[in-house]
Write a new protein. Structure first.
Length: 41
């Protein structure tokens, strides 16, 4: 049971990390420019 709980906690941490990375990437100026170009095409 302990292992199972630690797996769940790890996956939650992982999701938080992914969300954080997404925010950082989305807020990166180069990435913003890139998305604008894609949206224009």
């Amino acid at each position: 049971m302990k292992q199972f709980k630690s797996i769940i906690n790890t996956s939650q941490d992982f999701e938080k990390r992914i969300e954080k990375i997404k925010k950082e990437v989305i807020n990166d100026p180069d990435v913003k420019q890139f998305w604008k170009r894609i949206e224009l095409n």
